[in-house]
Ligand binder design. Structure first.
Ligand code: NZQ
Ligand code: ZN
Length: 383
C-alpha cells in the first residue's frame, strides 16, 4: 500500500426529511445571509424550493437567489453569482441541486473571496486560498461533489471545461435525502450510473498497483451501482435502491477509493470533458462514449486488472469480454457508446483531439496523452 493522507471535512446528514434541517444547521453555524443557488426548474416542480424557503424563514436566515444554473455550468452565469455574493455580502453559499449547481456554488464561494480572475484557478495559474462556506442539499446522486473539493466549470467563450481542486471548497454540510432523487429521469439516472462507475474505475485501471481492500471496495461500489440502477429504472421510488445508489455515488469520489493506490490518473474524464465543452452533452453521456474506447486502448498496459474486472463484475474470462460487457450494459441502460449514438460528427475528430489535448496540458498529462494517442483512443469511439 502506498503512503497517503486523507482529509474530508464534510458533515453528511443522510436520510428521509433531512432537508428540513437546513435552516437550523445554518443558524447553528451563525450564518445570517446565504446565496441560494439552484438549477433551472426541478426544485420548484418537486416542491423542494418551498421547503427550503420555509426552513430558512423559520430561522430568520436571509437569502439572495441565484437560480438558473445549467447542466455543465458556465463561467458567465457563475460570475453573475460572484457579483451577487459580493454585492449582498453573503456569509455562505447554499447549493440545492445536482453536481452542476454544487460546482457553480463552490466556484462562487471562491470568487466571492478574491478580486482575482476566477478562471485563473481553473487554468491552475493560482492557488485557492479561501472560500465562503458551502452548504448542500443534493437532488441528483452522481458526481460526488457533495463530499469533495472539486468543481468543474465550462468557459463557454473558449470552449474549455476545466476543474478546480481545493480543501476550501469541501461543503461544510451536505444533506442527502434519497427521496429527493425519486424524480430524476431515467436518462439522467443512466448518466449518473456511468459517472459513478467512471469515478472508481479511473484509478482502478490506471494505477500501477491497487491494494486488495481498494479493489474490493471499488468492485462493491460497481456492483451496487449496477444492481441499484436496474431497480431504479424499473421502480423510480424504490427508497433503498435510491439510498444505496446515493451513498455509493458519494463515496466513489470523496477520496476513499483511491487511497493506497500507486499512481492513477483521470484520463477518461479528461477526454470526456472535451466532448462536454464542445457539444454540451451530459457528463455521463460523454463518459459512456469514452470509457469503452479508452479501455480498448489501455487494456494491454494492465491486463491482470482488466481480467480481474471481467471476472469479478461479469464472471467473464478475458479483458476483452469485460470491456464488451460493460459497453453492452451502458447501452442497455440507455447511455450512448459511440459518436454516432450521440450525434457527434466524425469530421470533428481533430477539434475534439485539440480540446482534449488542451486539458491534458493543464492537467499535466500531455506527455502520455499526445495528440496521436488521443486520436488513437477516439477512433475506437466512432461506432
Ligand atoms: O436544472 P434543474 O431543473 O435542477 O434540472 C437538473 C438538470 O437538468 C436535473 N435534476 C437535478 N435533480 C433533479 C433533476 N431532475 C429531476 N429531479 C431531481 N431531483 O438533472 C439535470 C442534470 O443536473 P446536473 O446537476 O447537471 O447533473 P450532475 O449531477 O450529473 O452534474 C454534472 C456536472 O458535474 C460535473 C460534470 O462535469 C457536470 O458539469 N462533475 C463534477 C464533479 C465534482 N464536482 O466532483 C466530478 C464529476 O466527474 C463531474 O465532472
Ligand atoms: Zn465524473
Amino acid at each position: 500500500m502506498e503512503n497517503f493522507e486523507f482529509f474530508n471535512p464534510t458533515r453528511i446528514i443522510f436520510g428521509r426529511d433531512t432537508e428540513k434541517k437546513i435552516g437550523k444547521i445554518l443558524e447553528k453555524d451563525d450564518v445570517e445571509k446565504v446565496l441560494f443557488v439552484y438549477g433551472k426548474s426541478s426544485i420548484k416542480e418537486t416542491g423542494l424550493y418551498d421547503k427550503v424557503v420555509e426552513s430558512l424563514k423559520k430561522e430568520g436566515i436571509e437569502f439572495i437567489e441565484h437560480g438558473g444554473v445549467k447542466p455543465n455550468p458556465v463561467l458567465s452565469h457563475t460570475k453573475e453569482g460572484i457579483e451577487k455574493a459580493k454585492k449582498y455580502k453573503v456569509d455562505a453559499v447554499l447549493a440545492v441541486g445536482g453536481g452542476s449547481v454544487i460546482d457553480e456554488g463552490k466556484t462562487i464561494a471562491v470568487g466571492a473571496k478574491t478580486n482575482k480572475e476566477v478562471w485563473d484557478f481553473f487554468r491552475r495559474k493560482r492557488e485557492i486560498k479561501k472560500a465562503l462556506p458551502v452548504y448542500v442539499i443534493l437532488t441528483l446522486a452522481a458526481t460526488g461533489s457533495e463530499m469533495n473539493g472539486f468543481a468543474v466549470i465550462t468557459n463557454e467563450e473558449t470552449k474549455e471545461k476545466l476543474s478546480i481542486s481545493s480543501e476550501h471548497i469541501f461543503p461544510r454540510v451536505s444533506i442527502l435525502n434519497p427521496e429527493l432523487t425519486f424524480t430524476v429521469s431515467k436518462q439522467y439516472q443512466a448518466y449518473a450510473a456511468v459517472d459513478v462507475l467512471a469515478h472508481v474505475i479511473e484509478y482502478y485501471f490506471s494505477g500501477q498497483y491497487c491494494p486488495n481492500l481498494q479493489n474490493r471496495l471499488i468492485e462493491s461500489i460497481i456492483k451496487t451501482v449496477m444492481e441499484t440502477t436496474e431497480i431504479i429504472l424499473n421502480e423510480p421510488h424504490h427508497y433503498n435502491a435510491r439510498a444505496e445508489f446515493m451513498w455509493a455515488s458519494t463515496i466513489a469520489l470523496n477520496g476513499l477509493t483511491r487511497l493506497g493506490i500507486k499512481g492513477g490518473e483521470f484520463p477518461n474524464h479528461m477526454i470526456a470533458h472535451s466532448l462536454g465543452a464542445i457539444y454540451d452533452l451530459p457528463h455521463g453521456a460523454c463518459l459512456s462514449i469514452v470509457i469503452p474506447a479508452w479501455m480498448k486502448w489501455y487494456k494491454d498496459k494492465n491486463r491482470t486488472q482488466f481480467e480481474r474486472f471481467a471476472k469479478e463484475i461479469f464472471n467473464a474470462n478475458t479483458a476483452e469480454e469485460g470491456i464488451d460487457n460493460l459497453k453492452a450494459w451502458f447501452k442497455k441502460i440507455g447511455a450512448p457508446v459511440s459518436f454516432k449514438d450521440a450525434g457527434v460528427p466524425e469530421k470533428d475528430m481533430d477539434i475534439i483531439v485539440d480540446n482534449a489535448y488542451n486539458i491534458a496540458v493543464v492537467w499535466d498529462m500531455a506527455q502520455k496523452y499526445t495528440r496521436e494517442v488521443l486520436t488513437e483512443i477516439l477512433k475506437n469511439a466512432k461506432d
